[in-house]
Ligand binder design. Sequence first.
Ligand code: SF4
Length: 261
Amino acid sequence: MNPGAQTRRVLRRMFALALRALGPQHWWPGDTPLEVCVGAILTQNTAWVNVERAIANLKSAGALAPCALHTMPHRRLAALIRPAGYFNVKARRLKAFIAYLIGHLGGRIEAIRRKSLDAARRALLTVHGIGPETADSMLLYAAGFPVFVCDAYTRRILHRHGLCAHDAEYHAMQDLFHRAFPRRDAATYNEFHALIVAVGKDFCRPRHPRCDACPLGPLLTPAQRRRLQISPKPDKTPRQRQSDPPRSRRPRPPAPQIARR
Ligand code: SF4
C-alpha cells in the first residue's frame, strides 16, 4: 500500500471512529448564514464561548443584519463584540466583510453560490482579515460548498498520527481530506471538521493528550503512543521557567489570522 493510500485509509477510520464514539455534532452553531459568517470572523484566536457572548450582544442590539452592521459606527461595533477579544481588529474585519457582502452579493452570502468554489474562495480571500480557514468556514457552513476546513486541531491530530508535518501548510492538510473523501460531500466535511474540533478540545490537548480515552487512540502505532507519553511537548525544567521573561514583558501575541472555537 503506498503512503497516500495509507493516509486515506487512516483518515476514513478516524472519521468512522470519532462519529461512532461522539455522534453527530450538529454544526455550525449559528441561526442564519450571516451569523455563521460573523461567527467565523469573531472566532479568530478565541474560544467559541466568547463568540457566543459577542453575538448575543449584537442580537440584543438588533445589529445582526447587513445594513445595521454596515452603518454602525466602528466604536459601537467594537464595544458590542468586545467579549470576543481583539475587538478593534475584528470590528474592522467585520466591516470589511459586510462591505463586500453588500457591494458584491446583495447582502446575502448564499449569493456566492453563483460562483464556482475556486472563484468564491478567491473572492473571499481578497477581503481584509479573511484567511483560508475563515473563508472555508463561510463557504462550507454558510454557503454549503463542499470544502474541508482545517485548523490548529487538525494540524495537531494529523501530526501526532504521523500524517503531516508539525508545520504543515493549510492546503497540504486540506488536500489529504479531499483525497480521502473524493465525493466532495459537504455534509461529510461538515461533520468531520466538527468531530476533529471535539476530539481536539476534549482529548488531544497540547501537553497531555488523553489518548487512552480518545476515540482515535486505536489508530496510534506503538511508536506514536510511546512518543506522546514521553513528550508531546515537554514541560519546562525549573531552569527554563526561571529564564522566562515576566508576563508583562512577553511579546504581544500575533494579530489573529484564523479561526477557532
Ligand atoms: S488524544 Fe491521542 S489518540 Fe486522540 S487524537 Fe490526540 S494523539 Fe490521537
